[in-house]
Design a protein around this ligand. Structure first.
Ligand code: NAG
Ligand code: NAG
Ligand code: NAG
Ligand code: NAG
Ligand code: MG
Length: 258
């Protein structure tokens, strides 16, 4: 260990000496990641940065994933990292919930798509979000009612139910998908909940998810419920008003909903 530190120090020192010889070229980040040999573009470097930007809500209002990132995003989602990232989120949520004294009025809000249920199978067939959203094709998939649970969310759900927390599903899916969604949730392993709130597209015509979800959470609090936690894959699940005591952001580099 000491040898490595010494070696790094020597390299850094050498860089800095070299830099100061030329005055202005002082190397502030001598160990910085290169963008590629001779400045050539390495897609992976930039796709990771893009994903971080998305998850941190710095990159917003994007319509589809960058074309050069299809491979990177596909590998991320089908490999271990997506599951590991989801596990970290759900684990923190449970560790938090465990510290509370749960009352009969305490509820936890779960978003559905890419939170409770996973549409990864659909997106794997549609370029992981590189193809523009096709409402017809996506609704055909939803209406099959075969979306599996995101395993980490199902685990969190079961633990919260075990703690006595009541569950509310709040989704942008429309009223005409309520029946298939109910069946899909049960099929995926979610057997009990206080409410499943689907979007009344007449009432919320032309409103964003932030507006719709805030209004529905406000109604819940007006009914006397405390939203102790709120989990979703979109920032629009977690921003706005009545967001809950704590929010938990699951990863989703496939699409953006405002
Ligand atoms: C939960 O209740 C126990 C026993 O009544 C109490 O000691 C503890 O401080 C409470 N914890 C919280 C976070 O309110
Ligand atoms: C959208 O999906 C439908 C149903 O799968 C398909 O018939 C249609 O061609 C698709 N539209 C586009 C623009 O790809
Ligand atoms: C949806 O909203 C409209 C307009 O407010 C209302 O008339 C209708 O009853 C609502 N539908 C349901 C199922 O709540
Ligand atoms: C949750 O937030 C409400 C409103 O801000 C507050 O009254 C309540 O004590 C909070 N509960 C917990 C468990 O932090
Ligand atoms: Mg979602």
């Amino acid at each position: 260990m000491k040898v490595v530190v010494l070696l790094v120090a020597i390299i850094v020192g050498a860089y800095q000496c070299h830099g100061s010889e030329h005055g202005a070229n002082f190397q502030v980040f001598p160990l910085r990641m290169k963008t590629g040999l001779g400045g050539h573009y390495i897609p992976e470097v930039s796709c990771k940065s893009w994903r971080l930007g998305v998850e941190a809500h710095n990159v917003i209002d994007w319509k589809s994933i960058p074309e050069e990132c299809v491979g990177y995003i596909g590998n991320y989602l089908l490999g271990d990292q997506y599951r590991s990232d989801s596990k970290t989120v759900c684990r923190e949520a449970y560790l938090y919930a465990k510290t509370l004294n749960i009352t009969a009025k305490d509820i936890w809000v779960f978003d559905i798509d890419e939170t409770t249920l996973s549409n990864l199978e659909y997106y794997a067939d549609h370029g992981f979000g590189v193809e523009p959203y096709n409402e017809t094709a996506f609704n055909e998939w939803v209406n099959l009612g075969e979306a599996p649970a995101l395993p980490e969310s199902l685990k969190l759900y079961n633990k919260l139910v075990g703690l006595g927390v009541k569950i509310v599903f709040l989704t942008g899916r429309p009223l005409n998908q309520e029946t298939v969604t109910t069946a899909n949730l049960k099929h995926a392993g979610y057997h009990t909940w206080l409410k499943l709130i689907v979007k009344n597209t007449t009432l919320y015509s032309g409103t964003t998810a932030v507006t719709y979800k805030s209004a529905e959470r406000k109604k819940l609090e007006e009914e006397g419920y405390n939203i102790i936690g709120n989990i979703g894959d979109q920032w629009s699940d977690l921003l706005g008003t009545n967001t809950g005591n704590r929010t938990f952001k699951l990863p989703d580099p496939m699409y953006y909903i405002s």
